[in-house]
Design a protein around this ligand. Structure first.
Ligand code: PFF
Length: 450
């Protein structure tokens, strides 16, 4: 088949790093701890881990497989593959939905990444030195209460994203090569701090002791939605990265490696945060501000805290940027292929849309914090809900159904090129388990919005 995409990763490791860069981001370090806190801890974590294994890994394998086979942007990949499999061209809609999800996620993700940016100088100047938990929380509230600061940071993140995207695959490669290992290292340092100074066993109990009485049906659905979000699945980001993957690389191996690295980072973040939360009598369910009110507290009491603290937020910022660039990649690849746009112009166009939509998230934390247009949710909550719990699962469902039922069997076999038993097992899960589970999430989402 003719490959539409000329870009290629320079090695299997570069693909793993870039896809891990897309997966590892605010979802692991900012979102995972706060939704775990809001949903009661251990039992939620267990369901989330099950979802990563039973839904996440099979869908990731399918998404990479489709991407490599189609070799283009998700819209064109789906069109080409549907044609090859003699299916309806309507499958191209999957690519459109992914592009939309990417723009929506970027719009609020960049606002939160902007908080990370703002915390770098605060940490470096030792702003939190000697503060108690209340004072750290007040600083956070004062910052998010000021729309101009949030706007400035949001704009800076969109701008940084566009600069990397405009450079293409080699820009992505350079960005992720050192950052992932460094982030991992600093999380380990934070875990060491939590072990020596935090309420470590209480924190671990909260994270790993499964008390199912605290688990509501809604929590199960949030855990499943988060599995998609954290692995960057269901919107074509991993599909378009797969399009740049050389043929000889094992899709099974890279998928398991990426999912394992992503899960490890989330767990390391949780292990660092909850002991600090409990040692300081903070509420575990304090929502999106959780890491911004706990980690500065830890750093302010640590020897060399200003250095480690600013380094941590720098790395988190880079982790966020390696995710934001993958959010626009499906749209940028499509605008290039189908409209002949340069990467730079395509990136600017996507950036403008996300920036403008992001204003609603900026104001959700201040001027519009009382405006809750749907189900008592702010605009930020609605965008996050719509993307993580509706668009991504719907995209994942379509990917699973197309890959498991519509594609020609030989093509699947040839592209996956894995051991027979493993192939049969993957196909079974993707055909039956994954779609049923995703369907349940989706019904729930409609139920809430209907
Ligand atoms: N996986 C990213 C995170 O956990 O922060 C967020 C994300 C990136 C979601 C790219 C979806 C995506 F396509």
């Amino acid at each position: 088949m003719q490959k539409a995409v000329k870009n290629q990763w320079s090695s299997r490791w570069m693909f793993i790093l870039a896809a891990t860069g897309s997966a590892v981001g605010l979802g692991n370090i900012w979102k995972f701890p706060y939704i775990t806190g809001e949903n009661g801890g251990g039992a939620f974590v267990l369901v989330y881990l099950l979802c990563v294994a039973l839904i996440g890994i099979p869908v990731m394998m399918a998404e990479i497989m489709l991407g490599r086979r189609g070799g283009g942007s998700p819209i064109n990949t789906m069109r080409v593959l549907a044609k090859e499999a003699k299916r309806h061209p309507i499958w191209g809609l999957l690519g459109w939905m992914g592009m939309l999800a990417g723009i929506i996620i970027l719009s609020y993700y960049s606002v939160i990444a902007g908080w990370t940016l703002a915390y770098i100088p605060l940490m470096a100047s030792d702003h939190f030195h000697g503060m108690d938990a209340q004072a750290v929380a007040d600083t956070f509230d004062a910052f998010t209460g000021n729309p101009w600061w949030l706007l400035l940071c949001h704009t800076a993140i969109i701008f940084l994203t566009l600069m990397v995207v405009a450079k293409g695959v080699c820009g992505l490669e350079k960005a992720v090569r050192f950052l992932m290992p460094a982030l991992f290292l600093i999380l380990l340092i934070l875990d060491g701090y939590a072990y020596s100074r935090g309420a470590f066993s209480q924190g671990l109990d909260f994270l790993f002791a499964s008390d199912f009485s605290k688990l509501s049906a809604n929590s199960v659905l949030i855990a499943m939605g988060h599995a998609f979000f954290t692995l960057s699945l269901g919107m074509g980001a991993i599909m378009v990265y797969g399009a740049y993957l050389p043929k000889e690389v094992s899709i099974t191996q890279v998928s398991i490696t990426i999912a394992a690295a992503d899960t490890l980072v989330a767990l390391l973040a949780g292990i660092a945060i909850f002991p600090i939360v409990f040692a300081n009598g903070l509420p575990a369910d304090s929502g999106p501000g959780l890491i911004f009110t706990t980690l500065p507290l830890a750093f302010s009491h640590m020897a060399g805290g200003a250095v480690f603290g600013s380094l941590f937020f720098v790395l988190l910022l880079f982790a966020a940027l390696t995710s934001t660039i993958s959010l626009v990649e499906p749209a940028v690849a499509w605008l290039g292929e189908s409209k002949g746009m340069s990467r730079k112009n395509a990136a600017i166009l996507c950036g403008i849309f996300s920036w403008a939509l992001g204003l609603l998230t900026v104001f959700s934390f201040n001027k519009l914090s009382d405006v809750k247009p749907l189900f008592d949710k702010t605009f930020f909550d609605i965008f996050d809900y719509l993307a993580a719990n509706i668009l991504l699962p719907l995209g994942g469902l379509a990917i699973a159904v197309f890959a498991a039922w519509s594609l020609d069997h030989h093509m699947r076999h040839d592209e996956l090129n894995t051991q027979h038993d493993w192939f049969v097992c993957w196909l079974f899960v993707l055909r039956y388990i994954t779609p049923i589970a995703i369907f349940i999430i989706f019904l729930h989402a409609i139920g809430i919005f209907a």
